[in-house]
Design a protein around this ligand. Structure first.
Ligand code: E4P
Length: 214
């Protein structure tokens, strides 16, 4: 399973990248706004740090505008993946941009039918937002299971990029369900490796080792 960071904060990306297991980064307009920095500067900085797919979202709503903006975003760096909204206009733009060889991440996916349509339009990644489904009392994991089944039935190569992840168990459940990628906030990335019993056990080993040396 690939791990992406879902952030536009450069210090978080640097820190996570130092672990040596970071595969890519996703951003969105809200995350860029939170960073307080110009979009292009943020993307260029991320591309310098992480050698993997970096999602950059269009901020336009019609297919011609998305194709224009997506084409410009893709020119920034070879690792840029253009993030398109999952709408009728997004489908049209996805078809055109993917035919030009530009990789597409279809964002704001809340149903299996949306994922199927965007895969047919050539998306390299579909992003089901599982946390936001949980927020409205729907089980986000059911969506991951359904998309996995459908893509396996037809040997669809589009990768399932589980998004809107809120906690480590989301990552574990996505891994069990066969999602290809989990994109998560830095706080969740850090939580993945934490366990209180590891801390207690290590403290005891270090204390005993100190005593054993004498
Ligand atoms: C994915 O690419 C999105 O940026 C992200 O996962 C949205 O998550 P949120 O529901 O925490 O805003």
């Amino acid at each position: 399973m690939k791990f992406f960071l879902d952030t536009a904060m450069i210090d978080e990306i640097k820190a996570a990248n130092e672990w040596g297991i970071l595969d890519g980064v996703t951003t969105n307009p809200s995350l860029v706004y939170k960073s307080g920095r110009p979009f292009k500067d943020v993307l260029l900085d991320i591309c310098k740090i992480v050698d993997g797919p970096i999602s950059a979202e269009v901020t336009t709503l019609t297919a011609p505008e998305m194709v224009k903006q997506g084409t410009e975003l893709a020119k920034i760096h070879k690792n840029i993946v253009v993030k398109l909204p999952t709408t009728v206009e997004g489908v049209k733009a996805c078809k055109q941009l993917s035919e030009k060889g530009i990789k597409i991440n279809s964002t704001l996916i809340f149903s299996a039918s949306q994922a199927l349509v965007m895969a047919k339009a050539g998306a390299s990644y579909v992003s089901p937002f599982i946390g936001r489904l949980d927020d409205v009392s729907e089980d986000g994991m059911v969506l991951i299971d359904d998309i996995r089944d459908i893509f396996d039935n037809y040997e669809i190569k589009t990768e399932i990029l589980a998004a809107s992840i809120r906690h480590p168990m989301h990552v574990v459940e996505c891994a069990k369900a066969g999602a290809d990628i989990a994109t998560m906030p830095y706080s969740v990335f850090q939580q993945l490796i934490k366990h209180p019993l590891t801390d207690v056990g290590l403290k005891k080993f270090m204390e005993d080792w100190e005593k054993a040396k004498h």
